[in-house]
Design a protein around this ligand. Sequence first.
Ligand code: IFM
Length: 432
Amino acid sequence: MEIKFDKDFIFGAATSSYQIEGAWDKDGKGPSIWDVFTHQKGNIRNNDTGDTACAHYEKYREDIGLMKELNLKSYRFSINWPRVFPQGRGGINPKGLEFYDNLVDGLIAAGIEPNITLYHWELPQALHNEGGWESRETIDDFAEYAAFMFEHFRGRVKLWSTFNEPYVVANLGYRMGIFAPGIKDPQKALQVSHHLNVAHAKAVAVFRKKKIQGKIGIVHCMSPVQKMDNTLSCAENAEMVDGMFNKWFLEPSFKGSYPERIMDVIKKEGMELHAEKNDMESIKENRADWLGINYYFRTRVFDTPGGSGGFDWKKSVNIKPVEGALYTEMGWEVYPEGIYEILKDVNKNYKIPELYIAENGAAMKDAVIDENGIVCDDDRLEYIMSHLENCKKAIDEGVPLKGYYYWSLMDNFEWAHGYDPRFGIIRVDYDT
Ligand code: IFM
């Protein structure tokens, strides 16, 4: 099958620093909250850590070579904040910065456009010790870190994003406690989510003030929400899920306020969001130039047993498997139409000038079929083709989709799941 995209359409692949770099304490790098979290036994499957990961810190030249072989137009990666600022602020670690200089220059020399994410979850532990994302000071620290990076890569890097999946940072890190820093406190998660929004706005303001040539974006995980029952309670549940997952971070930026329904529930539960006077104006004024959507699955919502009131995620979201559907090794349903649905929804609701699929991919069994480590990757090829087909359909219907980044360039450390799930289009032999 052939699908034709415009010649300017960007085909890329994505990674993040903690998931591939390794060298967790090499050459003066400071620890991040993920180094500390993975070193505590019991937090990660098999007690895996990112200490070595894919050894990208040492092997980045070879990795660029592989990207070239793949004909990638662009590579989306993140900067490990404490590799450059071991304490989060203040003194720079020249060796850490040199690594990113070499990576960026190597990519440019190979004709691959760098797309940098400033924060894919590695808060410097030193800042966490002072309050981390619970504290407004971290907002200023982030803006300073961003300012330094923008200036340093001025003219070399044109595509930037501030945060990857702030939903995950706040909810998995501070509410459920299954990601670093392992906190289980809904009030803290709420406050952190607001601070992330303010930090994003502040970094965007810096980007514009400095007149950096290029575009600044943000990346959210998103999922089309589908009502599976024709009842009031199902409709209410769907509104909650959509509000929490899709709208919480987008509405402040693109509409100027948090979703009303969620704010009501927050109040009812006795929680409070502390915002300073100009926060909401600043978030709206400093909205991103582009939005990256990470799409992996749809969200099927059912009614609450017993009727309305009392939404419970575990009892009404994706509770029944879809008969005949394929599921990835993450247990996520393969639903390619969802990428089209979410692109159409976002375009209708927010009219953002440029959209990217910043991540889309699947963890597959990836059985090795010969002594050269070759994997028969038919399922993954089918996955990618069917999702691209749906991207094209959205483009043909007027959605300003400018690129698609596969997640991930190579197998890597899949957070709480350790190294078991393999998402890569390149297989990694972790023993060597
Ligand atoms: O591996 C992650 C990535 O870090 C963020 N988005 C989802 C991917 C797959 O779970």
